[in-house]
Design a protein around this ligand. Structure first.
Ligand code: A2P
Length: 285
């Protein structure tokens, strides 16, 4: 569980449809966390009480993450591990092989959540080359079989818009329990969030601190966010994270800095946004 949350007004988890598994509302993002750095980031997150780690085969750092998880000694059942299937692994055997590779790199025999990274179908080992012989539908059926076999507890998607979800719903025997998309006050995607939440598809926000050069010109330095942060004596990152938490959206801020990781994991629970502050943040869209 998360260490010593200060604010008791928000749940610590979202409960996933079908399994009832609890997905911690704050996880560690690992995209672009460099080799040699990501292991330390995972250790810092675990130390801070964050047991949810968001990974992907495409980030090419799962082996080091697995090493840090093992070194922590934390029992597997206390962790929430997500990974993602890359776009050129869509045929049944390739889906199976990709999952086995991810499991072995992470040093586990199951994932809590496995996501289709993007709703596209590329030929194996290609970038953006179409594969006429493969389909998302067949890929999803393979993921459903992997749920049946106990290798993944929950399956979901990433980067899906409403029309793509509608198509998936038309054939899914096991419906997606999560859609991971870019969400922050500049890109609130409120209609898509509502569509998903009404259908028991939980949302995970990637890039919750904004995109681009976040430290200099982005949301983290926005005057609106800075004023709110000063009012609560918290970081601007915590304001942005809290904004998603208050919509019941899971956040996975990436950091490799132990101080920022601990702050991202704990500080968003220590205050609440006022109605006026939410209105000011809404104006950033
Ligand atoms: P660092 O890893 O040095 O902490 P993205 O969301 O696109 O993955 O990028 C997150 C960016 O935000 C990284 O550059 C990360 O840098 C930075 N970051 C993470 N947490 C904080 C924070 N609390 N304050 C300022 N910058 C942060």
């Amino acid at each position: 569980t998360l260490a010593a949350p200060v604010s008791g007004d928000l749940p610590q988890y979202v409960t996933l449809s079908r399994t009832g598994d609890r997905m911690p509302l704050v996880g560690l993002g690992t995209w672009e966390s460099a080799p040699g750095e990501v292991g330390g980031a995972v250790a810092a997150a675990l130390d801070a009480g964050c047991t949810h780690i968001d990974c992907a085969a495409a980030y090419r750092n799962e082996k080091e993450i697995g090493g840090a998880l093992k070194a922590s000694g934390i029992p597997r059942k206390s962790l929430f591990l997500t990974s993602k299937l890359w776009n050129d692994r869509r045929r049944p055997q390739d889906v199976r092989d990709a999952l086995d590779t991810t499991l072995s790199r992470l040093g586990t025999d199951y994932l809590d959540l496995y996501l289709v990274h993007w709703p596209v179908v590329w030929a194996k080992n290609s970038v953006m080359k179409p594969d006429g012989g493969a389909s998302l539908r067949e890929c999803w059926q393979t993921l459903e079989a992997l749920v049946d076999e106990g290798k993944v507890r929950n399956i979901g998607v990433s980067n899906m818009k409403q029309s793509e979800l509608e198509e998936l719903f038309s054939y899914a025997r096991i419906r997606p329990s999560v859609n991971q998309i870019e969400l922050h006050p500049r890109l609130p995607q409120s209609a898509l969030v509502e569509y998903c939440q009404q259908r028991q598809v939980a949302l995970t926000a990637y890039s919750p601190l904004g995109r681009g050069d976040v430290k200099k010109a982005g949301l983290l330095a926005s005057p609106t966010v800075t004023a709110i942060a000063q009012a609560h004596k918290v970081s601007t990152a915590s304001v942005l994270l809290r904004w998603n938490l208050e919509r019941n959206v899971v956040v996975i801020p990436k950091s490799v800095n132990p101080t920022r990781i601990a702050s991202n994991v704990r500080e968003p629970w220590s205050f609440a946004l006022t109605a006026e502050e939410r209105t000011a943040l809404a104006a950033l869209e």
